[in-house]
Design a protein around this ligand. Structure first.
Ligand code: 5GP
Length: 138
């Protein structure tokens, strides 16, 4: 399967559609998931194209995981969480819906289940949550 440069995250990277940005560095970009399964649910993506883990370069994987760790600490601190879940899906059969490599970072509290997928966030709430994370990142 080849990379489709019209996928929604490629459009976000090009600034063609908006995103609630949390962080970026030379190689990665981080923004709020629009259908969060936990407060503070964010997505880490490489700035360069690849569909998923299967076609990613070692450099893309490394850069993403370094940022995933940074965001894991940030969302835990921002939401007073006791843990963090990282999810990453590969191809449709593996649960992937957007075909640009991404890692879900979800702060977790003891005994609190993830919400079911597919419910759109209230944008004012999403911005408030993003502000909390950005404040931690400084
Ligand atoms: P996956 O491909 O890992 O199954 O999930 C894709 C994720 O992208 C979902 O959690 C979904 O809520 C999120 N998503 C889909 N479209 C958009 C969008 O336009 N903006 C943002 N910020 N997130 C999106």
């Amino acid at each position: 399967m080849s990379y489709d440069s019209d996928n929604i995250f490629a459009k976000i990277l090009r600034g063609e559609i908006p995103s609630e940005k949390l962080y970026e560095d030379e190689s990665t970009y981080v923004f709020m998931d629009i259908m969060p399964r936990a407060d503070g649910h964010c997505l880490v993506i490489p700035k360069t194209p690849c569909r998923n883990m299967l076609d990613a370069s070692p450099e893309q994987l490394t850069a993403c995981l370094v940022t995933v760790q940074k965001m894991g600490h940030a969302v835990m601190q921002a939401f007073g969480a006791e843990g963090v879940t990282v999810q990453q899906f590969n191809e449709a059969a593996g649960g992937q819906e957007v075909f640009h490599l991404h890692y879900h970072v979800l702060p977790r509290h003891d005994g609190v289940k993830l919400r079911p997928p597919g419910t759109m966030a209230d944008f004012a709430v999403l911005k408030d949550q993003a502000d909390k994370i950005r404040a931690v990142l400084g």
